[in-house]
Design a protein around this ligand. Structure first.
Ligand code: CAA
Length: 292
C-alpha cells in the first residue's frame, strides 16, 4: 500500500489515541495543518475507501475556493493511490454544502470571473476515474447540489434538501446545475427548480432519479462507505472502464454509445481480471482481482 498523507495522519491519529468507531461525527482530520476545510480518513476493507467530509460547519460548508482546492487535492491523491478503490464525499447533518461561497463572490466583477474561468476547476471531481459516492445530509444547494451531481451515486439522508437557488441571488447555476440536473430529473422539474429556486426534499429527489437511496441520517455515511467498499472490491481497471461507459451515455448518441460499450466490453477480455472473474465463478470461489 502506498504511503499517502492520509496514512501519515491516520498513523498520527492512532498514536494520539484518536481512532474512533464509524459515524460521521467520528471523522478526524487527516492533518489539521494540511487541511483547513475538510476531514479525510480511510475506511472499508483494507482502508480502500477515502472518506472526505466537508468541514466548514459555521458557513454550512459553503464551497469557498480554498475548500474546493483541498477537496480536489485529496480526490487527486485518491485517484493516484493504487490502494484506493472508491471515494465517499459527505458534509454534516445540517448541510452537505449550501453552495458556492456567496461572501467570496459578492464583490467579484465580470472581468475577474470570466478571465479566471471562475469555478472551472471544480469539474475535476467529475473527471475522477474512480467511483465517487455522495452522502448528502441536510442542504445541498447551488454549488452543493452541483457538487453532489458531479459524483457517480448520490445517497440522501431523510432530511436532505436539494435546490438551485442561484436565481434569487441574481445569477444562475455555474457548476453544472442547468445541465446535470436536467439530465437527472428531466426538463420540467429542472426548470421549476432553477427558475423558482425552490428546494426539493430527499423523497422527491429519489422519485425524480436524482438520488438512488434515502436513508436515516445516522446510517447514511456508513451505507455510502459500504457501497463504495463494494465497488472497491472489484477490479479497479474494469470499474474504471464501466464508469467510462456509463458516463459516455451522456455524451454520445445511442448507436455511438452502444459501439463504445461493446468495444470496452471486448477490451475487458485483454485483462487478467476478466479471466480471473470468470474462472472464479466456474470454480465457485471468490475472485482475486489484481487490477491488471
Ligand atoms: N455562502 C456563504 N455563506 C453561507 C452560504 C453560502 N452559500 N450559505 C450559508 N452561509 C452562511 C450564512 O451567511 C450564515 O453565516 P453567518 O452566521 O456569518 O451569518 C451561516 O452560513 C448560517 O446560515 P443561515 O443563518 O442562513 O442558516 P439558516 O439555517 O437560516 O438557512 C439556508 C440555511 C437556507 C441554507 C441559507 O443559509 C441559504 O439560503 N444559503 C444560501 C444558499 C444559496 O443561495 N446557495 C447558492 C450559492 S450560489 C452558487 O452556488 C453558484 C453556483 O452555481 C456554483
Amino acid at each position: 500500500m502506498s504511503f499517502t498523507l492520509s496514512h501519515a495522519c491516520r498513523l498520527g491519529a492512532s498514536r494520539l489515541g484518536l481512532v474512533r468507531p464509524l459515524g460521521a461525527a467520528a471523522l478526524r482530520p487527516a492533518s489539521t495543518a494540511a487541511y483547513e476545510h475538510i476531514l479525510v480518513e480511510r475506511r472499508g476493507e483494507g482502508e480502500r475507501v477515502t472518506l472526505i467530509q466537508l468541514n466548514r460547519p459555521k458557513s454550512l460548508n459553503a464551497l469557498c475556493s480554498p475548500l474546493m482546492s483541498e477537496l480536489l487535492e485529496v480526490v487527486h491523491q485518491a485517484e493516484q493511490d493504487p490502494a484506493v478503490g472508491a471515494i465517499v464525499l459527505t458534509g454534516n447533518e445540517k448541510a452537505f454544502a449550501a453552495g458556492a461561497d456567496i461572501k467570496e463572490m459578492q464583490d467579484k466583477r465580470f472581468a475577474d470571473v470570466y478571465r479566471g474561468s471562475f469555478l472551472a476547476f471544480w469539474g475535476g471531481v467529475a473527471q475522477c476515474t474512480k467511483p465517487v459516492v455522495a452522502a448528502v445530509n441536510g442542504y445541498a444547494l447551488g454549488g452543493g447540489c452541483e457538487l453532489a451531481m458531479m459524483c457517480d451515486v448520490i445517497y440522501a439522508g431523510e432530511k436532505a434538501r436539494f435546490g438551485q437557488p442561484e436565481i434569487a441571488l441574481g445569477t444562475i447555476p455555474g457548476a453544472g446545475g442547468t445541465q446535470r440536473l436536467t439530465r437527472a430529473v428531466g426538463k420540467s422539474k429542472a426548470m421549476e427548480m432553477c427558475l423558482t429556486g425552490d428546494m426539493i426534499d430527499a423523497q422527491t429527489a429519489e422519485r425524480a432519479g436524482l438520488v438512488s437511496k434515502v436513508l436515516p441520517p445516522g446510517e447514511l455515511v456508513d451505507a455510502a462507505v459500504k457501497t463504495a467498499d463494494k465497488m472497491a472490491s472489484h477490479s479497479k481497471l474494469v470499474v474504471q472502464m464501466c464508469k467510462e461507459a456509463v458516463n459516455a451515455a451522456y455524451e454520445m448518441t445511442l448507436q455511438e454509445g452502444l459501439h463504445f460499450e461493446k468495444r470496452l466490453f471486448h477490451t475487458t477480455f485483454a485483462t487478467d481480471d476478466r479471466k480471473e472473474g470468470m474462472t472464479a465463478f466456474v470454480e465457485k470461489r471468490k475472485a482475486n482481482f489484481t487490477d491488471s
